[in-house]
Design a protein around this ligand. Structure first.
Ligand code: HEM
Ligand code: HEM
Length: 224
């Protein structure tokens, strides 16, 4: 049988052009999404007049501190898992030695890195959090009620780069090269999916805060 994993052109494609495509779609899609939402808000004449930078920043700061807002305090376990999950999710890939080496090889730039041990721990936290969110979605009736297929899909898209990166690093199960190829593919799928799915909240969460924070400060409403 033809062993496609051993074919170097597969590796080269996933390690080369597909990385470019993934980053271009991720950044271009993100810019498009934010622009689109701002234009939409402008066309709704009732939104823009009371958006205030001061109230937006106040709301963002208030909410980014764990346990500071009412909703975070009401659900302490979820709050801790959500914060740890996001810290691992965003910072591990950026400060990972393996990623920095690849970026240096390709573009000649590099930045700070975290130790491999810390990266491994943060990776396990992300993997564990995904399992936690998954179980919560199937086991808690009030969550299951509002869970649809796309909730599982975005969870899987977040989970797969971490589990495959972890397995590649430890060289478990599949031959290393196969796992690295799978990891790169899932990483690229995640980057491409972010602008087009609810994962896009990483680009527009500050707009949600701008709306809710300003609305609250302006009208003292509590629409949420
Ligand atoms: C865009 C293309 C990507 C490429 C080319 C890439 C490449 C790599 C490579 C070569 C490794 C090392 C594997 C080994 O040691 O054998 C790795 C590890 C890892 N990558 Fe990526 N990666 C990509 C995207 C991502 C994304 C989007 C994420 C998560 C958001 C991610 C998270 C990780 C993690 C968590 C590890 C393992 C950390 C550990 O347990 O030590 N990668 N990646
Ligand atoms: C960088 C800025 C980001 C912020 C401020 C942010 C914020 C949030 C918040 C507030 C929630 C709701 C938590 C809850 O239900 O209690 C959430 C959920 C989630 N976020 Fe993010 N996020 C960010 C980036 C990302 C990225 C880059 C990804 C993945 C690519 C991601 C994946 C998820 C997932 C999968 C959930 C849902 C977990 C579940 O099933 O309940 N987030 N995020």
């Amino acid at each position: 049988m033809y062993d496609f994993i051993k074919d170097p052109s597969i590796y080269n494609f996933v390690r080369g052009p597909l990385v470019w495509i993934a980053f271009l779609v991720f950044i271009g899609g993100g810019i498009y999404k934010v622009r689109h939402l701002i234009l939409l808000a402008k066309s709704e004449k009732v939104v823009m007049p009371y958006i205030s930078l001061k109230l937006t920043l106040r709301s963002l700061l208030h909410w980014l501190i764990p346990f500071n807002s009412v909703n975070w305090r009401l659900r302490p376990v979820i709050t801790i898992v959500t914060f740890l999950f996001h810290i691992g999710l965003v910072f591990t890939p950026i400060f990972l030695v393996a990623h920095n080496v690849l970026i240096y090889e390709s573009w000649g730039i590099s930045w700070w890195t975290i130790s491999e041990q810390l990266a491994d721990i943060m990776t396990m936290i992300v993997i564990g959090s995904c399992i936690f969110f998954f179980l919560r979605r199937i086991l808690a009736p009030e969550v299951r009620f509002v869970t649809f297929a796309d909730d599982y899909i975005i969870l899987a898209i977040s989970f797969l780069p971490f589990i495959t990166g972890f397995l590649a690093y430890h060289q478990w199960f599949l031959p290393n090269k196969t796992m690295v190829i799978l990891h790169m593919l899932f990483g690229e799928i995640m980057l491409i999916a972010i602008p087009f799915t609810r994962l896009g909240h990483m680009f527009y969460f500050f707009l949600t805060r701008a709306f809710m924070g300003s609305d609250h400060g302006f009208r003292h409403s509590r629409d949420w």
